[in-house]
Write a protein that binds this ligand. Structure first.
Ligand code: SF4
Ligand code: SF4
Length: 338
């Protein structure tokens, strides 16, 4: 993998130059929180961001979009007007989240809408320092080796930049003059010291070892009833989780004109109607069943299927759930902790 160096005072000039390739997005403060916002004004960029409200998945599977339009004779997929985008500031754990979504939408169930957006979205990673809700070291998602185009490692007054794809290489060449190619031994030493320091900053450990077995043994545990009694079925955990892939489809039809469109929107298995089928039967009527399914997907089914948990330790569920149901509290409850 190619490694370059970019002085920090050149970052904005570099991001500005990328507009020739596409729209530029990055972390922007909104109240007390952060979002990935469009950087029409680069002074809005805030590289101190810890986690955004919605994850980077919003660019690849937007919360609501049109999949195709149709009339009585034909349909037309909405794949042509997807813009090129550059998203700067994506943390390593979130890049792992994209790799998990790739498993679903590029390998297992090839999805042209996700695939086209993935191809047209350049991912520019940025290293980070954890807070008390982040446990990416437990999930081994605190470093990245793939899934990005460029990855910026923050070393005081400069970034060590990993080039992770041919698109990343093209993006570097837009302003190659801003980068230094001569990486010295002291830079690598600096990076290793930073790694060791950063790793020592993880305070929260959520041990996911043997979770498929623990989930199986706890299938009928009263823990699920206790969690179900608390859960509000708001679905916020699904909206903010970088690895939740569920969506719903609905047709908007204009009968008088014989035309229509098919919209795709985010969905959540925490919603009561998620497993409601024709005839009125609901496979997961009880909240306890829905909470159990959410955690079965993350901590059992995905591990069994793909060899790793569908949790990247980002801490968004910890930050978001109004009644303190999250990976940390659920794993603790299942393991008999208080
Ligand atoms: S389950 Fe929670 S910590 Fe894990 S990826 Fe989803 S939001 Fe992040
Ligand atoms: S677990 Fe929390 S965030 Fe998720 S649906 Fe229940 S109350 Fe809402």
């Amino acid at each position: 993998m190619k490694v370059l160096k970019l002085k920090k005072h050149n970052l904005n000039d570099y991001l500005d130059s990328l507009r020739v390739w596409g729209e530029v997005y990055g972390p922007v403060k909104q109240g007390e929180k952060y979002i990935y916002g469009q950087l029409d004004d680069l002074s809005k960029l805030d590289t101190k961001m810890l986690r955004t409200i919605l994850p980077v998945k919003k660019f690849l599977m937007p919360p609501k979009f049109n999949t195709f339009t149709f009339d009585e004779n034909k349909y037309k997929a909405e794949l042509e007007n997807i813009p090129n985008r550059i998203v700067f500031g994506v943390h390593p754990c979130e890049i792992h989240g994209l790799l998990i979504l790739d498993k679903f939408f590029l390998e297992r169930f090839p999805d042209p809408f996700y695939g086209e957006r993935r191809r047209k979205t350049a991912i520019l990673g940025l290293s980070c320092v954890p807070d008390d809700k982040c446990f990416a070291k437990s999930t081994n998602t605190h470093y990245v080796e793939s899934g990005f185009d460029l990855a910026f490692n923050d070393l005081d007054n400069y970034y060590l930049v990993w080039v992770g794809s041919s698109l990343g290489d093209d993006l570097v060449r837009i302003r190659l003059d801003l980068f230094e190619e001569d990486i010295k031994e002291k830079d690598l030493k600096h990076y290793m010291e930073w790694r060791n320091w950063r790793d020592s900053q993880y305070k929260l450990n959520v041990n996911l070892t043997a979770m498929p077995d623990i989930m199986e043994l706890n299938y009928s545990s009263p823990v699920w009833d206790e969690l179900g009694d608390k859960c509000l079925s708001c679905g916020a955990c699904s909206m903010v989780c970088p690895t939740c892939p569920c969506y719903n489809m609905s047709d908007q039809i204009r009968p008088s004109q014989f035309t229509g469109k098919r919209e795709r929107t985010w969905d959540s298995c925490m919603f009561k109607q998620f497993a409601l089928v024709a005839g009125g039967h609901n496979f997961r009527e009880a909240r306890s069943q829905r909470v159990r399914l959410w955690y079965t997907h993350k901590l059992k089914a995905f591990i069994t299927e793909f060899g790793k948990a569908a949790c990247i330790g980002c801490g968004r569920c910890i930050d978001t759930c109004p009644v303190d149901i999250n990976v940390k509290t659920v794993v603790k409850a299942l393991k008999g902790g208080k």
